[in-house]
Design a binder for this molecule. Structure first.
Ligand SMILES: [Zn+2]
Length: 237
C-alpha cells in the first residue's frame, strides 16, 4: 500500500538503502557504514560556506524580490558533477536517505553559525500530492527532517500545500517560472507559522522562483520571518 506520509514507503530504493554498495555521488567507492558518501566525496565535494556570511551569493539572488533573513546552501551545483548525480539519486532513484543525511550535515553547520540566526520551524517546499505519491516521498521534506533533527527545531512538512501540478520549469525564463508557480502554493497551518522565523527548504535553488513563491505566501502570515536553505545552488541557470 502506498501512502504520502513523511516517511517513504518500501520501494526498491528504500530497501536498497540498507545495503549501499557504492557512494551515491561518485558510484565508484564504498561509503562508510551508515553514510551515503565515500571518504573522498565527503572531503572533496564543493562545500559552500555561505552560512558564515549574512550577505552571500544565495541571499543576493533575492535582493529586490522579498525580505530574506538568511540563506545558505550546502553544495555548488554544476552540470555533470557528482553533486548533480547525488541530487538525481535523491529525486529519481528512491535514495531518500541522501536528503536526511545532507540535512543533518547542513543543520550542524547552521546551528553553529551566528550569522545565520535561529529559525523556529522548518517548512519544506511541497510536491504535488500525485508526484509525492509516485515518488514515495518529498525529497525536500527528507532534507527538512535531517535539518530539524540536527538543529533541534520543529519540522512542519505539511505547512504548505501545492495545489497545481505544474509543467516542467526547465525551459522557462525567471518571469515565466514565477508566473507559473505564483498561485500554486497555499499555507495550510497558519496558526503554527504565525509569529515564527520559518526556515524554508528545497533540494536545489536555480532561479529561486519556487522558493520565492512559497516565501511570499509564508510572509502573508502575521509576524513571520523567512530564511532559506537548499542542498545545492546552481552556478548558472
Ligand atoms: Zn564518492
Amino acid at each position: 500500500m502506498r501512502t504520502t506520509h513523511t516517511l517513504p514507503h518500501a520501494s526498491d530504493g528504500f530497501l536498497h538503502f540498507f545495503y549501499p554498495e557504492q557512494c551515491l555521488a561518485c558510484e565508484s567507492s564504498i561509503p562508510a557504514r551508515g553514510d551515503v558518501l565515500c571518504v573522498r566525496c565527503n572531503s572533496t565535494l564543493p562545500l559552500l560556506n555561505y552560512h558564515l556570511q549574512k550577505e552571500n551569493p544565495f541571499t543576493i539572488r533575492f535582493w529586490g524580490r522579498l525580505p530574506l533573513h538568511s540563506g545558505a546552501a550546502l553544495f555548488l551545483f554544476t552540470k555533470d558533477s557528482r553533486v548533480q548525480h547525488l541530487l538525481h539519486n535523491l529525486k529519481y532513484n528512491g535514495q531518500w536517505k541522501i536528503g536526511v543525511e545532507l540535512g543533518r550535515k547542513l543543520g550542524w553547520l547552521l546551528k553553529a553559525s551566528r550569522a545565520f540566526g535561529k529559525p523556529d520551524v522548518i517548512v519544506p517546499v511541497p510536491l504535488h500530492e500525485r508526484k509525492e505519491w509516485m515518488r514515495g516521498y518529498n525529497q525536500s521534506a527528507m532534507f527538512g527532517s535531517g535539518l530539524a533533527s540536527a538543529m533541534g527545531i520543529e519540522h512542519l512538512p505539511k505547512a504548505l500545500f501545492r495545489s497545481a501540478y505544474t509543467e516542467t520549469q526547465t525551459r522557462k525564463s525567471r518571469i515565466e517560472r514565477l508566473e507559473n508557480v505564483r498561485d500554486v502554493f497555499e499555507v495550510r497551518q497558519r496558526e503554527q507559522l504565525a509569529g515564527k522565523h520559518v526556515l524554508l527548504v528545497d533540494d536545489v535553488m536555480t532561479t529561486g522562483s519556487t522558493l520565492e513563491a512559497c516565501a511570499l505566501k509564508i510572509l502573508e502570515v502575521a509576524g513571520t520571518k523567512v530564511s532559506m536553505a537548499t542542498i545545492a545552488i546552481a552556478s548558472h541557470f
